[in-house]
Design a protein around this ligand. Structure first.
Ligand SMILES: Nc1ncnc2c1ncn2[C@@H]1O[C@H](COP(=O)(O)OP(=O)(O)O)[C@@H](O)[C@H]1O
Ligand SMILES: [Mg+2]
Length: 383
């Protein structure tokens, strides 16, 4: 298949997740794909859980409120970008996402209000391991279910392994299925677990309770357990649905890396982790590739020609210029070797090369050349 310099792999999916270590360009790639898709007429949502908010800022969005905001048409016009379909940006908020889950639950209105104000709930919604990731996937599930979008592009925070993110719903499920919680939330007759169950999960409860003070604590615990009892089954079903969305064939995982050896190594670690979970990444983006200088001649011939041209200059200046040309060629050569190695290693996953831009990419104008690499009009070319 070869390395692609233009790719429209996203056309085959409803969700594209950009994952990888920090600083490689996940946010940039997510924004570029989202722009390309909206330009191609797909109703697109760019969603970011990267705490740096670069995606939201690059798309001109500064409000973080768990709502879907359209990218301002003026900002697009200024950048010379014309969309065929609306592009929205969403920055999910953990607390609000959990609150929405409660608001939509079958609890009575008074019970909902009580639960939302409950300090134990407030603590649980943010302190539970993986709750950040879980909230993000829950929000992803909601917007996907809404049917408002043809494509959702999710930009993830920098992480050491891809599994953290994938396992968030599993961790929530484990917590919900934990013996202690079952014992606490299920009516005594329904539970298989007798009172002797003071196992691992209990520690979490007592730690949480221990961090709270005030005479209200016990009443709040009772309320929390009572409300949770009514929501339990619904919540568990939802966590299972959310989990299966991550493995759905409509969702494409893409891994972003740079040509640098340590970054490629980290990306391949992610790649193998995903494959071990039965999820084959659909594309690997190699960002910031230095293209071969467009000489169309061999390096030796180019250097000979350049030396002749530079003859009238100070020999020291000539030397420096020639060295710079060689350096550029060496980097480009290194990057092209790196692409070849990766291509063989991740086959049959599509490998996409994104060139290093001369300027930092931080807004719609800067994104314009990169988004073009995800548009169909230029067609794929082989390296
Ligand atoms: N192809 C590129 N050419 C030049 N600069 C880039 C390119 N891709 C990303 N950058 C710059 O690299 C930095 C990190 O990119 P970012 O997308 O925020 O990475 P991540 O989300 O993986 O942490 C940003 O300053 C961005 O503008
Ligand atoms: Mg980022």
């Amino acid at each position: 298949m070869g390395t692609r310099h233009v790719s429209t792999f996203w056309r085959h999916y409803q969700i594209v997740v950009c994952a990888g270590t920090g600083g490689v360009g996940k946010t940039t790639v997510a924004a570029a794909i989202a722009l390309a898709a909206a330009r191609a007429g797909k109703r697109t949502l760019a969603m970011t859980i990267d705490p740096s908010r670069r995606l939201a800022y690059a798309l001109g969005q500064h409000t973080i409120d768990n709502l879907e905001h359209p990218v301002a048409p003026e900002a697009l016009r200024e950048a010379g970008v014309e969309l065929q379909a609306p592009l929205h940006v969403l920055v999910p908020d953990v607390r609000r996402t959990f609150d929405e889950l409660i608001e939509r639950s079958p609890l009575a209105a008074a019970r909902k209000a009580q639960l939302l104000n409950n300090r134990i709930y407030q603590h649980f919604s943010s302190a539970l391991a993986g709750s950040q990731e879980y909230a993000a996937i829950e929000k992803l599930y909601q917007v996907h279910q809404s049917g408002h979008y043809d494509l959702i592009v999710l930009d993830t925070p920098p992480s050491q392994n891809a599994v953290d993110f994938l396992e968030a719903p599993g961790r929530v499920l484990d917590f919900l299925e934990n013996e202690t919680l079952q014992w606490l939330v299920k009516p005594a007759s329904a539970t298989r677990f007798p009172r002797r169950t003071l196992g691992v999960g209990t520690a979490f409860f007592w730690r949480t309770l221990g961090s709270m003070t005030g005479g209200e604590t016990l009443r709040e615990l009772a309320d929390f357990i009572l409300s949770f009892r009514e929501m339990y089954d619904g919540f568990r079903t939802r966590a299972a649905q959310v989990r299966s969305l991550l493995r759905s064939p409509q969702l494409a995982f893409t891994l972003v890396t740079s040509p640098a050896e340590n970054q490629r190594h980290a990306m391949l670690h992610f790649y193998d982790e995903l494959c071990a979970q039965g999820i084959i990444p659909r594309a690997v983006m190699v960002n910031r590739v230095h293209p071969m200088p467009p000489w169309g001649v061999s390096t030796t011939d180019a250097i000979t020609a350049a030396t002749r041209l530079l003859e009238p200059l100070d020999p020291e200046v000539t030397f420096q210029i020639i060295e710079a040309i060689k350096e550029e060629w060496l980097i480009a050569h290194h990057d092209s070797q790196a692409l070849k190695e990766l291509e063989a290693r991740v086959h049959p996953t599509e490998l996409v090369a994104l060139p290093e831009q001369r300027q930092d990419v931080h807004d719609l104008v800067g994104l314009a050349p990169l988004q073009a690499l995800f548009c169909a009009d230029r067609g794929p070319t082989k390296s």
